[in-house]
Write a protein that binds this ligand. Structure first.
Ligand code: BGC
Length: 256
């Protein structure tokens, strides 16, 4: 059985679990720490270290999903995390501290990988767009199963700001919106993305995907929308899967 540790860094929590890559499921307890305040580089790296030690995973391969545009290991944006991350080479820091066998990808891209691999999607052909609805809105775009990384649909200009300020789950909670009010905001955002990208399918992820039945009726395009299957496990599972893919590509098959 191939096992990899997946870590999902979010605005409110940093979570990790050991993932069985064959099944796409956890084979350890999921450990969660609150995201430190401030979510500075040192503080977040320390929590990642704690999760590695908690799982007795020192020196072993792991993957990290992070809420930022990631290019060449460098964080390029920081919408819901501390600004000090912008320009920081997180991949290099993780390699220096923990192991060379680590990958770093955007958190929504990680969730997308997991949904495509283990979700209920039979047909991966065409364009599939996953949106994660949490503190922000993350996006992952796939064409025939291949990821186009680092899209940021949560930051499309919308009303007086950007889409995630109106249609994320945090926006719903902060503004105390009814399912109908919030559903209509989300509908407008999805409609716009649909018009520009013409995907064949939308997958709605994040913890709120389990309440899909409460807002699906307000989504005009519901005939081509499905709720995510892995719910909030997707970020962890996808980060581990990304690391596993890299090990396979390098020809390092890891069995523990
Ligand atoms: C960030 C994205 C991230 C998303 C979900 C957005 O605010 O810009 O990079 O994927 O939140 O965490």
């Amino acid at each position: 059985m191939d096992k990899v540790l997946g870590i999902d860094v979010g605005a409110t929590g940093i979570k990790g679990a050991i993932v069985d890559i064959t099944e796409g499921d956890f084979v350890s307890e999921r450990i969660k720490y609150p995201t430190p305040k401030p979510a500075s580089i040192e503080n977040v790296l320390d929590v990642i270290g704690k999760i590695i030690r908690d799982h007795k995973w020192e020196g072993k391969p792991f993957g990290v999903g992070f809420p930022s545009v990631i290019k060449g290991g460098i964080c390029h944006t920081a919408s819901n995390i501390d600004d000090s991350w912008i320009g920081f080479n997180l991949l290099q820091a993780l390699r220096q501290r923990y192991t060379q066998n680590v990958v770093l990808i955007n958190d929504a891209d990680a969730a997308g990988y997991a949904e495509l691999e283990y979700g209920s999607l039979v047909d991966k052909q065409g364009i599939v767009i996953l949106l994660t609805l949490g503190t922000g809105i993350g996006s992952a775009v796939f064409h025939n199963g291949i990821l186009m990384p680092n899209t940021e649909f949560g930051h499309l200009k919308y009303k007086k700001s950007v889409a995630e300020k109106y249609a994320s789950n945090k926006a719903r909670e902060d503004k105390d919106l009814s399912w109908k009010e919030w559903g209509k905001e989300l509908d407008a955002v999805i409609d716009h993305i649909d018009f520009v990208f013409n995907p064949d399918l939308f997958i709605l992820g994040g913890g709120i995907s389990k309440k899909y039945h409460k807002y699906s009726e307000f989504l005009t395009l519901r005939h081509k929308i499905v709720p995510a299957k892995l719910l909030n496990k997707a970020g962890i599972v996808g980060a581990a899967l990304a690391m596993h893919k890299e090990l396979m590509e390098k020809g390092i098959l890891h069995n523990v």
